[in-house]
Ligand binder design. Structure first.
Ligand code: ZN
Length: 373
């Protein structure tokens, strides 16, 4: 995927050149500050109640959109039932925001439909047209299942807004096919796809296990809702939620205080830092370490505890991600894993620093960070 080069990116490039080329101490580099500045517009809708209007879209059996499977069965649920089934999604986001964010699913009083020659995007357009001014997003569920191998859904944060932030104005939406809401799932449908798409509604980007994976659009990381959202139920089919959320995304929505992220610069002596798991949202303890690499890039070191939404992992471990803050939206940010799962005694080096996991116990990790030898 190519990213557009906006003014912010040009600025970042210039600042990065000065910082590195002149040998300026890296403490002047503030990629985390840059992340916070680009995320500010999301804070308001990511904190407090966020009304998503649930709309069912009827797809004709003769639909020519190749997105849809050639099947003649259709989802029977209506928007009222779907909104009720999504209650655990609200709880998932309340857990991961420490109670700061409450997506609320309100059934629309109407359904929409498309013509046989329309595409799925027409479902979204019709939903915008009829949506309530009090809805800040439309969540459209097609009544037809998608063809095998095609996307499960999509979503986006819409335009920035001030004053009128209705979905009609911003065009903020989530769209999914019917698969997860077919009656075969009973009253417990998988929710991880909807959670992932709502993450896009908060302007979160994808992540991958490698930079190449990002370029190839591989959603392969089991450590991030915004990568392989199905990773928990791939391990245990009874699970319904996505995995946990990367600290960088929690920062970008204002769900953790930036003061909880320790900054370590490669100019400093080695330092030992204790961090708590990323799932500990309601605490003042350090939750991650950020290491600036250049003016727009940093490494994020965090602890994944194998409990709650991350309970499908085996044991606790530390992860190091490389975050590149580019473009003017969160979706353009590049996030990929640099380390593997770091356990007690493991160390990882790269980009001019070394992370050593001194110990992991009692719900915390002690980490030593130093310049690369
Ligand atoms: Zn996605």
């Amino acid at each position: 995927m190519k990213f557009s080069v906006g003014p912010a990116m040009v600025m970042a490039f210039l600042a990065g050149s000065v910082g590195c080329g002149s040998g300026e101490p890296s403490e002047y580099l503030d990629p985390v500050g840059r992340l916070l500045a680009t995320s500010e517009s999301v804070f308001e809708r990511a904190n407090g109640e966020d009304v998503w209007e649930v709309v069912v879209c009827r797809i004709p059996l003769q639909s020519t959109d190749p997105l849809y499977a050639m099947l003649d069965d259709r989802m029977e649920r209506d928007a009222v039932e779907i909104a009720r089934l999504l209650q655990p999604v609200t709880e998932y986001f309340q857990r991961w925001s420490g109670g700061r964010y409450e997506p609320r699913f309100v059934p629309a009083s109407f359904a929409v439909s498309i013509q046989a020659t329309d595409t799925s995007q027409q479902c979204v357009e019709h939903a915008f047209e009829q949506s309530s001014p009090s809805s800040s997003g439309v969540l459209v569920v097609a009544d037809a299942q998608h063809a095998e191998g095609s996307e499960g859904g999509r979503g986006g944060p819409g335009a920035r807004c001030s004053g009128d932030c209705s979905a009609q104005t911003t065009r903020r939406y989530v769209y999914v096919g019917a698969s997860d809401f077919m009656s075969v799932w009973g009253s417990e449908p998988p929710l991880d796809l909807i959670e992932h798409e709502l993450g896009h509604g908060l302007d979160w980007p994808h992540s991958s296990l490698s930079a190449e994976g990002l370029d190839d659009v591989e959603y392969d990381s089991p450590y991030d809702l915004m990568s392989n959202n199905a990773s928990a139920r791939e391990v245990d089919p009874r699970l319904r939620h996505g995995p946990g959320i990367l600290v960088v995304n929690l920062l970008a929505t204002g769900w953790i205080d930036p003061a909880r992220v320790e900054r370590w610069s490669p100019d400093e002596d080695s330092r030992v830092v204790d961090i708590v798991p990323r799932s500990r949202l309601t605490s003042a303890e350090s939750i991650a370490v950020a290491i600036p690499i250049d003016a727009s890039t940093f490494a994020s070191v965090e602890l994944v505890e194998a409990s709650g939404d991350d309970a499908f992992h085996v044991g606790d471990f530390v992860l190091v991600h490389r975050i590149v803050v580019i473009g003017e939206t969160g979706f353009q940010r590049r996030q990929h894993l640099m380390s593997g799962e770091l356990r007690e005694g493991d160390e990882w080096s790269g980009d001019g620093f070394t992370v050593r996991v001194v110990r992991i116990d009692a719900g915390a990790a002690r980490i030593e960070i130093s310049g690369a030898a």
